[in-house]
Design a protein around this ligand. Sequence first.
Ligand code: GLC
Ligand code: CA
Length: 505
Amino acid sequence: MVTRCGARETRPTSESWWREGVLYQIYPRSFADANDDGIGDLRGITGNLEYLEWLGIDGIWLNPIHPSPNVDWGYDVSDYTGVHRDLGTLADLDELVAEAGRLGIRVLLDLVPNHTSDQHPWFRERPAYYVWADQVPNNWQSIFGGGSAWELDAETGRYYLHNFAREQPDLDWWNPGVRDEFDRILRFWLDRGIAGFRIDVAHALIKDNELRDEPSAEDRVFSMNRPETHQILRDWRRLADSYDPPRILVGEAYVLDVERWARYYGSGYDQLNLAFNFGLVHADLDAAEMRAVVAATEMLLPEGAWPGWTGSNHDVGRLTTRWCDGDEARARCALLILLTLRGTPFLYYGDELALADGHVPPERRLDVAEPSRDPCRTPMPWSRHGGWTNPWLPLEDTSRNVEEQRTDPSSTLHFTRDLIALRRRFRDVRLGSYAELPAPEGAWAWQRGEGVVVAVNLCATPVEIEGIEGAVMLATNRARESELVRGRLRLGAAEGVIIVAPEAK
Ligand code: GLC
Ligand code: CA
């Protein structure tokens, strides 16, 4: 299809799919339930691939799907090459990957290399894979619940390290046996056609070999963030690159300081392909704050490296709640930003509906962490009735749901879909450079490539931005689409637009 601006509709293929595409995070227990036992499953995902294709998604990342005692809902793995029986079977996963592939959707799994479950056979059969001490050796604190990260093991009378829950002993990445095991695990999945991995706490793998005290619980430089971790990522990148087509590594390098975070790409861009930018995640939906994170990212990322953007996940909560206090107009501004910055956007299931965090009463709390992350893990509302029978976490508010928004062209779901389609159509939106433009306080404007301008007003009063020319191709306030802007752009409160110059591609 050739548009009036001469742009072609293209679907990213081959090696650059992850740079050009839109990724979508699925929390498998909460996405869709095929056998009606109240727990989302792999066949539920397969059954709804059509929805993701309709939305324009290019790849999905599944939170851990492996056997697990579920102390931390899959992040305590007891078998890295199996599938949790609640979620289905290996055959179900193969079918999901094959079906998704037919629709042009790649599948990423979640790799949890920092720790296992204490129920993993390695914990008893290969104790040398873990980090042990005869006495509590330092001041390291567990991230869940505080308190010492060292736990006395009654069986051996020694202490083992757990940066997270006590049922999640940390692996000892100085041990070559651990490295070999994970090489096998990576190959097992990559050989099955998995497009890559999201790597859990990618910054944490190696611990200081002298187990030195941390300067403070906020500044963890010995229990994680060790320089030697980079070599592991480099080795995995080489492995992922050796596949045809190359597979990708997306890192959860949970580092807010942009300079330190950028190191996980490697100075030769030889480590992570993508990393979630937690600087942006933890900024407010505020023009000055976000602009500063993006400017730092553009400046500090190594040559060629590609940013990864998200506003929601299963830990931090949903962007509609965190950034927007539930307000749909602001959620559209957030989506507009995530999908038009230079880099790869990750949507969290429900973001496309402006879904807010759910309500989980105290007696139904299931999360090991405090504050509870359950509210951002509640089931996907497929319809006004929910589409679930007795789901594992409650689904109370279905006012923003797929069925109703899909039939309503003015919905946020359609807005998101149109935004994704526009990305596909305009190469500049997918791949063009980022250049900030002058904008008054409270507003933010930038140019992508040669001819696409994005402008958003994040404050509560109208603003005017000077020097902007072109046609409004997409707007959070959809009535404005097709408006021509000649020099001065007026934006109301919580309003954003994409403007395309006549010649842009
Ligand atoms: C990561 C995961 C989180 C999990 C933790 C421990 O931060 O995203 O959900 O609890 O690692 O595995
Ligand atoms: Ca089920």
